[in-house]
Write a protein that binds this ligand. Structure first.
Ligand SMILES: CC(=O)NCCS(=O)(=O)O
Length: 349
């Protein structure tokens, strides 16, 4: 049994799982998303390059990835600090910060934010999607990648002594690339050594979550201690969703607050509304999956913050929970989704 066993590892050290309280399992507090910049339509270049202001907020809501400025969440640390204080006032306890290598993890800032706000912050180890992998990363063996991930959890990340408490979000594309496959295998090997939680960003195809799970399983990963993120933009058919759910991972609906007409990374996708997300949660609960569901907002651009007139990190607590209660999800089931499931997932074996 390791020193981590039975504990949750935050950026301020180990805590007892009972201290976490309500937990958003997939957020970002500081990151850059330049890797996924999506060029604006030719007629939109003016608004895309203009400074963010009131009159272009609706355009930005529809085209969040076509403004370079919007992709720099790392420039909003004062606003994020305020948001975290509001999150605490709304009854929030913990945030899992999913920024991994490739999208500018800043673990020193995470520690400062945790100290200044009292929110427990759990940082993520490992690598984001292939387009962000450096040449050096691509050349690494699975063993080398495993050692780095293990070290980020046991000794500290990015040259600090601040330790990660989860592996992920581990980025995968569709189809899954060779370099991503190595990272997935390394993730499974590191998880076997550490008994730690894992969280996955699947590619934008309904087959992607299952394909990732197969790679993790073949490498010895613990699927029961793994969160599959972004299901709300990935699996739409309820039959396929149940087939995936049977594999035993946590099922994450983490884009609460995101409502846009055209999802630029996959135009086939109709991004659901928050009402539809709640319906999907109610469906999974009715099918017996209340012990597997976790939820979040996945804030990763500036315009999702309340400073820019949007939902911030407290939308689920303030608005979505009351909605869930009117749609057949009981208070006890809400508490499982917000408290018990994240706690079980985040606790080291
Ligand atoms: C930071 C991140 O990966 N967010 C997910 C964006 S996506 O459009 O749902 O893939």
């Amino acid at each position: 049994m390791s020193a981590l066993s039975g504990k949750v590892q935050t950026v301020l050290g180990l805590v007892d799982p009972g201290q976490l309280g309500r937990t958003m399992t997939h957020e970002h507090l500081t990151m850059t998303f330049e890797c996924c910049y999506f060029p604006p339509a030719p007629g939109d270049k003016g608004v895309a390059e203009a400074p963010i202001e009131m009159k272009n907020l609706f355009w930005l809501k529809q085209n969040p990835y076509s403004s370079h400025e919007n992709l720099l969440l790392c420039q909003e640390m004062e606003a994020v600090r305020e948001e975290l204080l509001a999150y605490r006032r709304a009854g929030g306890g913990t945030i899992v910060e999913n920024t991994t290598t490739g999208i500018s993890r800043d673990i020193n800032t995470l520690r400062r934010l945790a100290k200044e706000t009292g929110v427990h912050i759990v940082a993520g180890a490992g690598y984001y999607v292939d387009v962000t992998h450096s040449d050096e990363t691509r050349k690494m063996t699975v063993e080398k990648l495993t050692d780095i991930i293990v070290s980020e959890v046991l000794h500290g990340a990015d040259g600090t002594d601040i330790k990660c408490g989860v592996i992920g979000e581990i980025g995968t594309s569709w189809p899954i690339t060779e370099s991503e496959t190595k990272v997935l295998r390394a993730t499974a090997h590191a998880q076997t050594q550490l008994g730690c939680p894992v969280i996955i960003h699947p590619g934008r195809n309904a087959a992607a979550p299952g394909a990732v799970v197969r790679i993790l399983q073949e490498a010895g990963g613990d699927i029961g201690k793994t969160v599959m993120s972004h299901l709300d933009r990935t699996i739409f058919d309820h039959g396929e969703l149940l087939e995936f759910a049977k594999l035993g991972s946590y099922l994450e609906y983490d884009l609460f607050g995101t409502e846009l007409l055209n999802y630029p990374y996959n135009l086939e996708v109709d991004m659901p509304s928050d009402c539809q997300r709640v319906k999907d949660l109610a469906f999974l609960v009715a099918e017996g999956y209340e012990d597997n569901i976790v939820i979040a907002h996945d804030v990763h651009t500036k315009n999702r913050l309340t400073k820019y007139g949007r939902h911030g990190y407290s939308h689920i607590l303030n608005n979505i929970v009351p909605k869930m209660l009117t749609r057949g999800i009981s208070r006890n089931q809400v508490d499982k989704i917000l408290i018990e499931n994240p706690k079980r997932w985040l606790t080291f074996k």
